[in-house]
Design a protein around this ligand. Structure first.
Ligand SMILES: Nc1ncnc2c1ncn2[C@@H]1O[C@H](COP(=O)(O)OP(=O)(O)OP(=O)(O)O)[C@@H](O)[C@H]1O
Ligand SMILES: [Mg+2]
Length: 327
């Protein structure tokens, strides 16, 4: 099956992710895939939470923290600015405190607490997580292409969703029990306890969002996760390990795409022994990749003559990856 087939035979898929170790071509493949899908007439959003702003680099447009920006007809790109999300978070928390207690100003100790909490890495993670959830549950696009951060980090997000879910389940249960208890006491005292439980409502809201997003991420019909690999020994080993971990989190692995393949016809030309040697090594690793990942290898992408930046290069690569021509 070719990479193109994986799209054409699974038209229900709406969430596409490219994962892999650092620098192998995740952003490049995300952009080329988004370009091709847009060309096929689908409305596509390619997005990332990477503070490195690599989508800005590849599209040669400053889109960081600017929401979804139209790159061309049907193609939108978005780079989430985690820092500004943290500030929004802080504002929301302040507002909630003011509303709940009818205060005019946030008390000094609480303000200090909010500041300290925001410096925690967990706060950044949850702001990012929240932003991603917002994007994927939005539903305005035919395709969402998530340009992932390098592997370790992506796994961390996934595990965090599970941990969050557990944690919130537990708190919600506790809260529910407390609530029942309070109601019983109120009944005995013949008081009415009709006041809405804000905390429980809030917890249920967060829980719903997490469920919704992890359902999307692990939905075999709607989601496809592609590993980017290159023909190198360490990368093959690391990818194998990561794939095992990913399947533990029920991430539906749709295939492996091999990047940076040196054109094999180079070997027919009169090239220095050094290049001959590299080509023959590459041949070994390509065979190894086919052995290890088997029929899940859905494509080989050549090393181009220069970096992939700008729409013209993205179009060229999309043509190589998916075949030229509009529908
Ligand atoms: N097939 C290719 N031919 C030529 N250059 C390529 C190819 N694939 C990727 N590149 C270049 O390699 C560099 C790294 O690619 P890219 O940014 O897509 O990797 P990444 O996996 O997103 O990295 P990171 O882990 O940092 O997010 C870029 O400069 C890109 O233009
Ligand atoms: Mg990248």
């Amino acid at each position: 099956m070719s990479l193109r087939d994986t799209f054409e035979q699974n038209t229900n898929r709406r969430y596409i992710m490219f994962g892999g170790k650092g620098g192998l071509g995740k952003t490049t493949f995300s952009a080329a895939t988004a370009f091709w899908l847009a060309q096929q007439g689908h409305k596509v959003l390619v997005f990332s939470v990477d503070p490195q702003a690599s989508l800005s680099d590849i599209f040669q447009r400053d889109i960081f923290g600017k929401g979804a920006v139209e790159i061309m007809h049907n193609l939108y790109a978005q780079e989430v600015d985690a820092d500004s999300h943290i500030h929004q978070y802080q504002e929301q928390i302040r507002k909630k405190i003011l509303d709940m207690y009818g205060l005019e100003q946030v008390p000094e100790e609480i303000e200090q607490y909010i500041q300290a909490a925001s410096a925690e890495p967990a706060m950044e993670e949850s702001a990012i997580f929240d932003a991603v959830v917002d994007i994927v549950v939005g539903g305005e696009y035919d395709y969402y292409i998530y340009d992932l951060v390098p592997l370790g980090h992506a796994l961390y997000y996934l595990s965090m969703a599970k941990v969050y879910d557990e944690w919130i389940n537990r708190i919600t249960r506790l809260r529910q029990e407390m609530r029942e208890h309070e109601e019983m006491v109120a009944r005995i005292k013949r008081e009415k306890s009709t006041e809405e439980d804000h905390i429980l409502t809030e917890l249920n809201y967060i829980k719903d969002r997490i469920n919704q997003s992890s359902r999307i991420l692990t939905d075999k019909q709607k989601t496809a996760f592609f590993f980017v690999v290159v023909p190198e020994e360490m990368i093959i080993l690391d990818t194998e390990k990561a794939a095992q971990l990913f399947s533990k989190f029920d991430v539906p692995i749709a295939g492996y795409v091999v990047n940076r393949v040196l054109p094999t016809n180079l070997g027919d030309q009169d090239i220095p022994p050094y290049f001959k040697q590299r080509l023959s090594m590459q041949g070994d690793y390509l065979r190894k990749i086919d052995q290890v990942f088997g029929k899940d290898v859905v494509g080989r992408v050549p090393e181009l003559e220069r970096d992939v930046t700008g729409l013209a290069m993205i179009e060229k690569l999309a043509g190589i990856m998916y075949g030229n021509g509009r529908r």
